[in-house]
Design a protein around this ligand. Structure first.
Ligand SMILES: Cc1cc2nc3c(=O)[nH]c(=O)nc-3n(C[C@H](O)[C@H](O)[C@H](O)COP(=O)(O)O)c2cc1C
Length: 210
């Protein structure tokens, strides 16, 4: 199937079959798609937490707009972004880049000095607004990869960030939750969206040609 067919096939599933679990091999492909997402300056300023444990899922139910989806999906991916940028984090990433590319340490120092100056003039709130935006590209790619594998998913912002951060101990890792991607196999009978048409505004309205 083509990418467009996969994107037409998928929808934000509202009910999952709790007896159906993702194969590890499929889960790994979805995670790889997220890992390959491009990010600003290549900093990859977020992590993906994979939650399969039922007890942890139950603890994340309070504040969730989709409690049944939280309970019944096979896995919950939590996209969590750095709470701030720092010179140390930037150096750590670029030291890794030079190591992987077999380049001398400091090869990119004129560039990293520039981004350190830019982020140094910003607040942690501005940093998080930027790191959080990066996660959505990975979320989209993970969703597209899931669709290609015919795995159902639901992207979600309808949850309590405080609860999720607390349950998963994210703040101690310098991370804050941004969005979730529920993964699994739909419960056709209870997923009220299953048999509805996909709705998108017409292309002529969506695209503004200048
Ligand atoms: C960033 C984002 C957050 C969303 N949050 C939720 C959510 O909390 N709960 C939910 O049921 N659907 C959520 N959705 C799903 C959207 O409502 C859905 O993608 C949209 O209506 C388009 O429908 P489709 O994905 O089925 O094609 C979210 C989607 C995105 C992209």
């Amino acid at each position: 199937m083509s990418l467009i067919e996969d994107l037409n096939w998928r929808h934000a599933v509202k009910a999952y079959d709790p007896t159906k679990k993702l194969k590890e091999e499929d889960l790994n492909k979805i995670l790889e798609a997220a890992r390959l997402a491009p990010t600003s300056s290549g900093l990859q300023p977020f992590r993906v937490i994979v939650v399969e444990n039922q007890e942890l899922k139950e603890k994340m139910v309070p504040g969730s707009l989709n409690p049944e989806v939280m309970r019944d999906s096979s896995h919950v991916l939590v996209f969590a972004a750095w709470d701030s940028y720092s010179d140390e984090k930037i150096d750590e990433v670029y030291d890794y880049h030079t190591e992987v590319r077999d380049l001398p340490k400091g090869r990119f120092s004129s560039y990293t000095d520039k981004i350190k100056e830019i982020y140094g003039a910003q607040t942690p709130e501005q940093h998080f607004a930027h790191t959080a935006r990066q996660t959505y590209i990975a979320l989209g790619l993970a969703m597209a990869q899931a669709a290609e594998l015919k795995i159902d998913s639901t992207p979600a912002e309808g949850f309590s960030n405080d609860v999720v951060d607390e349950v998963l101990g994210l703040r101690q890792l310098g991370l804050k939750s941004v969005s979730l991607l529920y993964l699994g196999y739909k419960d056709e009978k209870n997923d009220w969206l299953s048999h509805m048409k996909k709705v998108r505004i017409p292309m002529e309205e969506f695209i503004i040609k200048k």
